[in-house]
Design a protein around this ligand. Structure first.
Ligand SMILES: Cc1ncc(COP(=O)(O)O)c(C=O)c1O
Length: 366
């Protein structure tokens, strides 16, 4: 997967080194962007063409561009990690490429090949590698967050799949997602709002899913919670996932369960990796329906010993309590979340090149 098919149009006024270094010392999340972006254009009669890496900057869109009206848009989230020898790697990008194609099919957008998806990350990093922060010790979970996205850019107000589409990758240096690190977080249970329904777009990573989750997120914030847990839209009893993370439950007897995939759940790459790492650790992974009653009862009787959320941005984060208007579900005992911490360390050690990549999950970008 070469980067040669991306033409380089260099930024004539890149960020000054001292300013970039100040940003990298305290990047926050999603606030600062690198000097370039990757771009590929698709037209109905021209397929994918015009591959470039060009200066980061505002897009020019006609006010009638389809994405602004009908939300025909998809995106991905993936990180670049700097290893101790200075090399830069990413984690299972072929899984993101595959999910991006799945999302594209659901949103009636054109599919992008692995070569273009992974090639675009490599091409962007070939220019902006200085923006990948260097971890200051093992507790420093800094990275460069990469955001590939695809939009319906055709100027047309008819409701039909766009015939002109643009794909971009932008990049933003990132510190740890939750400021508390691995402090357990409180999750809000949305009793009214649903994230996804059967036959809908829940399994796709499209902007509309996140727009639909914001009212619930607002409710969560008002109640002191950082994330929302959603139940299924049909029976209102099956746990699906959080607004931006998948959920796992650890049991006293060594089982570790996560809701089975349906078309209302986003198939997380961290989720898939945790299932494999859990098996490596001698745990028994299960993918099956998990009800809110099981969470309530298992938390009360001690059968569930840990709950954690996982995703690219937050890695693995213990869930301390589930809060709703009716109740607070807390685990009977506080055992310090040893399994979540162990899996988290294993995953981070792999991503930062501190452990042998036995599963072949790393791809070198630079
Ligand atoms: C709704 C949702 N679920 C789960 C995840 C976790 O997916 P991944 O582990 O691939 O980041 C994300 C984040 O991408 C998400 O937005």
């Amino acid at each position: 997967m070469s980067t040669e098919h991306f033409e380089l149009l260099p930024n004539a006024a890149p960020t000054a080194t001292n300013i970039r270094e100040d940003i990298l010392a305290s990047p926050g999340f999603g606030q600062y962007f690198t000097d370039h972006m990757a771009h590929v254009r698709w037209t109905l009669d021209g397929d994918w063409h015009g591959h470039s890496v060009r200066p980061y900057g505002p897009l020019t869109l006609d006010p009638a561009a389809a994405v602004l009206h009908y939300a025909q848009e998809i995106f991905e989230g993936i990180k670049a990690y700097r290893h101790a020898d200075g090399s830069i790697w990413t984690f299972r990008p072929e899984k993101n490429a595959e999910r991006f194609r799945r999302s594209a099919r659901r949103l009636a957008l054109p599919e992008l090949s692995d070569a273009d998806f992974i090639g675009s990350l490599k091409a962007l990093l070939s220019q902006d590698h200085a923006w990948v922060p260097t971890p200051q010790g093992e507790a420093d979970e800094c990275s460069l967050y990469l955001r590939p996205f695809m939009i319906a850019s055709e100027t047309f107000l008819g409701v039909r799949p766009a015939q002109e589409v643009d794909y971009y990758v932008i990049a933003s240096p990132a510190a740890a997602y939750f400021k508390g690190g691995i402090e357990p977080v409180s999750i809000w249970l949305s009793e009214h709002y649903k994230r996804a329904a059967p036959g809908g777009t829940g399994f796709a990573k499209c902007g509309g899913n996140y727009a639909a989750s914001l009212a619930a997120q607002k409710e969560a914030s008002a109640n002191g919670c950082g994330q929302v847990a959603f139940l299924d839209a049909v029976e209102n009893q099956w746990i699906e996932e959080l607004g931006g993370m998948n959920l796992f439950f650890v049991y006293q007897d060594g089982r570790i369960a996560t809701p089975r995939l349906t078309d209302t759940i986003l198939e997380g790459i961290t989720r898939d990796s945790v299932l494999t790492l859990a098996r490596d650790e001698g745990l028994t992974p299960e993918e099956r329906p998990i009800s809110i009653a099981e969470w309530r009862e298992g938390a009360a009787n001690g059968e569930i010993t840990e709950v954690f959320a996982c995703g690219t941005a937050a890695v693995i984060t213990p869930v301390g309590e589930l809060v709703s208007d009716q109740e607070r579900i807390r685990l009977a005992g506080d055992n310090g979340n040893p399994i979540a911490k162990r899996l988290r360390t294993k995953l981070l050690d792999l991503q930062y090149g501190r452990a042998e990549d036995t599963h072949g999950w790393l791809t070198r970008l630079v």
